[in-house]
Design a protein around this ligand. Structure first.
Ligand code: AMP
Length: 195
């Protein structure tokens, strides 16, 4: 399926290394340059604000989805193509997923991981067939990759489901991989016993 809109999950903080901010700028610009719509959490803070500002400055379309309860904390971005204010976190995630053809996580914290893992588990269950990937800035996600391989070795995740998570060092590399992505068609259950 051609990717027309990309959801970016990322930190509401800026992170300790300037490389994270630079990667957020590069990703926002790459999304806009390719004529894709950026979907994200709607805040003006941290890497969230950075990726949105970069896409807007490059002439891109940006849609933000923010819960009413976070409008102050994450400072709802005033300059977006569209800002949707929703009832809560679950509504935010459902709406971001609905509007997006693909998902990318930049470096971030617990919220970023939670959002990525939720959308991955939905893909694993066959609820959607959309690509998802990590922008691995300065090896930020290397240790997570090692742990995910461990989970596969220990028999809790199929290698094909592990392989759904794409990894790229550069935005264009990741976005091109997403256009070629085919979701595996196989059950989630690794060793289901017959009824
Ligand atoms: P963080 O990666 O923790 O800086 O958070 C990044 C984004 O994820 C922020 O917009 C948070 O509001 C959001 N977030 C935090 N916790 C959750 C959660 N449990 N579910 C969905 N999004 C969350």
């Amino acid at each position: 399926m051609p990717v027309r809109s990309v959801c970016v999950f990322c930190g509401a903080s800026i992170g300790a290394n300037p490389a994270y901010r630079e990667a957020a700028v590069a990703l926002g610009e790459a999304i806009a340059r390719r004529g894709l719509t950026l979907v994200y959490g709607g805040g003006a803070v941290g890497l969230m604000g950075t990726v949105a500002d970069a896409a807007l400055a490059a002439g891109g379309e940006v849609v933000g989805i923010i819960p009413q309860s976070l409008m102050n904390a994450e400072i709802g971005h005033k300059g977006l193509t569209r800002l949707e204010v929703v009832d809560g976190m679950h509504a935010r995630k459902a709406r971001m997923a609905e509007l997006s053809d693909a998902f990318i996580a930049l470096p971030g914290g617990l919220g970023t991981l939670e959002e990525l893992f939720e959308v991955w588990t939905w893909g694993q269950l066959g609820y959607h067939a959309k690509p998802l990937g990590l922008l691995d800035v300065n090896g930020f996600y290397e240790k997570l990759g090692g742990f995910l391989d461990h989970i596969v070795e220990e028999g809790f995740v199929r290698p094909q489901h592990r392989a759904m998570l794409l990894l790229g060092q550069q935005p264009d590399e990741l976005l091109e991989g997403m256009d070629r992505f085919e979701s595996p068609v196989l059950p989630k259950w690794v060793d289901k016993q017959p009824d």
